[in-house]
Design a binder for this molecule. Structure first.
Ligand code: PMT
Length: 391
């Protein structure tokens, strides 16, 4: 892979040449980009010698748009060390030197940051807010670690060691698409249950989790049948076929039709458990000052139905969105609905659940294995789920 190592001005910059060396040893082509401050800690000659390529550090030196040509060249950008300053710049869209300009231009390609700073700086709400912003944009953080810092105190802020950062690069390299994954069903988004011609019962699901799962499965090599409730999200992947539905019963019909032809299914949709027993074909009028009573009937449980249809060669994964007794409720759903895995997310975790770009999950398998994620972007959570449930 062609990797750009960006170096900013912190004492941990002295470890950057070792990172470059390890990456080259792994077979990557490496080029370095450094801020002016970084060059107070590590020299141009060192970085050019270990990388074997000219250093990019001056936005105006060449008279060419090198931040664009370097962006076109690079397949991944690692910022190590990443100071509070560069983290703040990227989170706020500031591009005022060679590296920050390159980082903004690099949007859409994989970026890893290894933060390093004093522990008080790391704990500052502004830094934490910026970190959350970057994670939500799918920028992956490695570290920081706890230990002795350059200022002599112990705390969280040490840059992860170069071998840990190099290992993170290996893990984030996308798997070779595996066509043996076959076909997978994914459900996503909310369902709308009509009350009359203008009103419905719905929920806050945006479809982001389910669309990220469809993308991750397709990237891994699967053919994906995505059955999506009402959402404005789009997905453009040759291996993803989208069927758009509105109600739980329509989702049920689409899912039960396609499931027998699938190797597995992940049901992340927030399906309405109830629907109005009748739907008026006109707009219901206000009835004086009297209240309105809706008679609700139960919708079919799609996941439980697939659990009864499932054969030994199929993998069935459900989600559990809980607000209390999380683990016990998730475990109960896993057993009752005959699942292989359940992905628990709790509305008590900040940044998890409906609408947001991030999630924090626990993946529980039928045989009792558990994997807990930190707060990650939904894209990263989706990759983690796919890695866990597929061979
Ligand atoms: O769409 P986002 O904004 O990204 O939000 C993501 C999410 C919060 C919707 C997602 O992460 C999530 O938790 N999805 C499941 C929501 C839910 O309905 O959970 P539940 O615990 O009520 O349902 C358990 C499981 O049964 C789910 O897999 C659900 O899809 C399925 N189910 C539920 C009811 C029903 N009638 N049919 C079903 O298939």
């Amino acid at each position: 892979m062609r990797i750009i190592v960006g170096i900013t001005g912190g004492i941990a910059a002295y470890k950057a040449p070792e990172l470059v060396r390890l990456l080259k040893k792994q077979g990557h082509e490496v080029r370095c980009a450094a801020t002016e401050h970084a060059l107070q800690f590590v020299t141009r000659v060192t970085l050019e010698t270990v990388s074997g390529a000219p250093l990019y550090s001056d936005l105006f030196a060449s008279g060419r748009t090198e931040h664009i040509s370097l962006k076109d060249w690079g397949e991944m950008l690692i910022v190590a060390p990443a100071t509070a300053n560069i983290i703040g710049k990227v989170a706020n869209g500031i591009a005022d030197d060679a590296l920050s300009t390159l980082l903004l231009a690099f949007s859409g390609k994989p970026v890893i940051m290894a933060p390093a700073m004093n522990c008080e700086m790391w704990a500052h709400p502004a830094v934490q807010r910026n970190i959350e912003t970057l994670k939500a944009w799918d920028i992956r953080m490695v570290g920081p670690e706890e230990g002795e810092l350059a200022c002599g105190v112990n705390g969280v802020g040490r840059m992860s060691e170069p071998d840990a950062i190099a290992a993170a690069v290996c893990n984030s390299e996308s798997r070779t698409p595996n066509s043996e994954l076959g076909k997978w069903l994914v459900t996503a988004g909310p369902t709308y249950e009509r009350i009359d011609s203008v009103r419905f019962i719905g929920n806050y699901s945006s479809g982001k989790m389910g669309f990220a799962l469809a993308q991750a499965l397709a990237d891994a090599g699967a053919e994906v049948e995505l059955v999506a409730g009402p959402t404005s999200l789009k997905i453009d992947h040759p291996r993803v076929k989208v069927t758009r539905i509105e109600s739980a019963r329509e989702m049920y019909a689409a899912a039960t039709e396609v499931f027998p032809h699938c190797n597995g299914a992940i049901l992340s949709a927030a399906v309405a458990d109830y629907r109005p027993s009748e739907c008026a074909d006109h707009k219901l009028k206000k009835n004086g000052s009297e209240g309105m009573h809706l008679d609700l009937v139960q919708n079919p449980d799609i996941l439980a139905t697939l659990g009864t249809m499932k054969t030994d060669r199929q993998t069935l994964v459900g989600f559990a969105l809980e607000t209390d007794n999380e683990e016990a409720n998730a475990q109960h759903k896993l057993e009752k609905k005959n699942l292989d895995y359940i992905v628990l997310n709790s509305l008590r975790d900040a940044g998890a659940g409906f609408g947001v770009d991030t999630n924090k999950v626990t993946i529980i398998s039928r045989n009792g294995n558990r994997k807990e994620s930190p707060l990650l972007s939904k894209k990263e959570v989706a990759r983690l789920i796919v890695e866990t449930i597929t061979p």
